[in-house]
Write a new protein. Structure first.
Length: 73
């Protein structure tokens, strides 16, 4: 591997995670794939296509997993 490629890979590992494959997202959220796709269909989770791969945005997982403020109830 060329040193410049190694430096790029090393830097990439320090970037915050911005997306997950469906299997990873299921593990993070604690649901099965059918539930994940239901959440996507309902608009509760955002999925995008990147080079044909489905990626679940980390932002939408954070939004789903964050409870509403106490005064919102």
């Amino acid at each position: 591997m060329h040193p410049a490629q190694h430096a790029t890979l090393k830097h990439a590992s320090t970037l915050p995670r911005r997306g997950f494959r469906p299997n990873e997202a299921c593990h993070v959220i604690g649901v099965k794939k059918t539930t994940l796709y239901k959440l996507i269909k309902e608009g509760k989770i955002t999925a995008i296509k990147v080079c044909g791969a489905t990626i679940i945005t980390a932002e939408s997982i954070d939004r789903l997993m964050t409870p509403p403020p106490a005064d919102a109830a």
